[in-house]
Design a protein around this ligand. Structure first.
Ligand code: PHE
Length: 347
């Protein structure tokens, strides 16, 4: 026997159907996991669901009402079943898409490292920064004037030959030394000047373990009305001791550059064998590290300075050479091959 209290009146049936029609598909759509979906499935389709009650109450209605309400209730039931099936399907799909396995180790991000040449330039620049030198940039494509003429390099000098300098078709050239920046800075500014100019230079050398068609130099220039060769020696002492260690000995050998007079080459005592003689210093105990000198009056003239009123010094060094010495690198080509096995050692 059916409990009459479990039988819905015609109005109640209508209310239930109205409400389910208005809300069920929306609520199913909003579900975000299987547990919530199962709760809704029981609420709408379970044995105690109001829709089940509607269906079991149909018998108490008159024939006419029974037909239309029955049709409506059955259609609603199919709609709810279908909505739940689709929702279950889409929940399965999104879980697969995320492919979440929280126990897997994370993906490690590769961290870049500073290239050893960049690191060496920065290390040197920091030392000169403490001496109040300013880092300035030059340009890599230059004219003969800046690379040679203004630097007092005569027209017949062999370095002007195309065997020693890359010329462009338009008559320009790839600078073969950063000394060009001395001219560019002095043309634009008045003394006092204290600058360093790191950058690339180009020479048509055959590539081997110690030569490259491109390498880096750092130029230095100090000019005012009283800078002397003693200042040059003092600055270079401070610099090389900061770079190679405070026990380093420093040696100035007479040399020639067209743009400095007098000119020197600077050696530092070999920090590998402590000047006893090894394969790196060629058993000499000394490492040649830079060229330098007092700025030649002809250079001051070329930039419109009065050589009687200003004096100064300039120096130039090869970054690759210093970096190779400091890290015991025996082949310059390693710097340019982008081999991570090499580069990662500088992390
Ligand atoms: N420019 C010179 C070279 O490339 C180095 C240098 C710079 C020497 C400044 C003296 C003064 O060899």
């Amino acid at each position: 026997m059916k409990d009459p209290s479990e039988t819905l009146s015609s109005d109640a049936i209508k209310n239930v159907l109205d409400e389910l029609e208005a809300q069920s598909s929306h609520r199913i759509e909003k579900v975000s996991d299987n547990v919530q979906l199962e709760t809704l499935r029981i609420e709408y389709l379970g044995r105690k669901a109001r829709l089940s009650l509607v269906l079991s109450s149909l018998g108490s209605l008159d024939k006419e009402e029974r037909g239309s309400a029955g049709e409506r209730a059955n259609r609603l039931r199919r709609q709810i079943e279908e909505a739940i099936r689709q929702k279950a399907e889409s929940l399965k799909g999104s879980a697969k898409k995320e492919g979440v396995d929280f126990t897997l180790p994370g993906v490690r991000r590769e961290r870049g490292v500073t290239h050893p040449i960049t690191a060496t330039i920065r290390e040197i620049a920091r030392i000169f920064e403490t001496l109040n030198f300013e880092w300035v940039a030059g340009r890599e494509i230059e004219t003969e004037f800046y690379n040679f003429t203004a630097l007092n390099i005569p027209d017949d000098h062999p370095s002007r030959d195309s065997f020693d300098t890359f010329f462009t078709q338009g008559g320009n050239l790839l600078r073969s030394q950063t000394s060009t920046v001395q001219i560019r800075v002095m043309e634009k500014r008045k003394p006092p000047l204290r600058i360093i100019a790191p950058g690339r230079v180009y020479r048509p050398d055959t590539v081997d373990a110690s030569h490259s068609f491109m390498f880096h130099q750092i130029e230095g220039l100090m000019v005012d009305d009283r800078t002397t060769f003693a200042d040059l020696k003092g600055v270079i002492h401070l610099f090389l001791r900061a770079l190679f260690g405070k026990d380093s000995k420093i040696r100035f050998r007479p040399h020639f550059f067209p743009f400095t007079e007098p000119s020197v080459e600077v050696d530092v005592s070999c920090f590998i064998c402590r000047a006893k003689g090894c394969s790196v210093c060629g058993q000499k105990g000394w490492l040649e590290v830079m060229g330098a000198g007092s700025v030649d009056p002809a250079v001051f003239q070329a930039v419109g300075y009065d050589p009687k009123k200003v004096q100064g010094f300039a120096f130039g060094l090869g970054v690759e050479r210093i970096c190779m010495l400091k890290h015991g690198i025996n082949d310059i080509r390693l710097f340019y091959e982008n081999d991570l096995r090499f580069l990662k050692q500088f992390a």
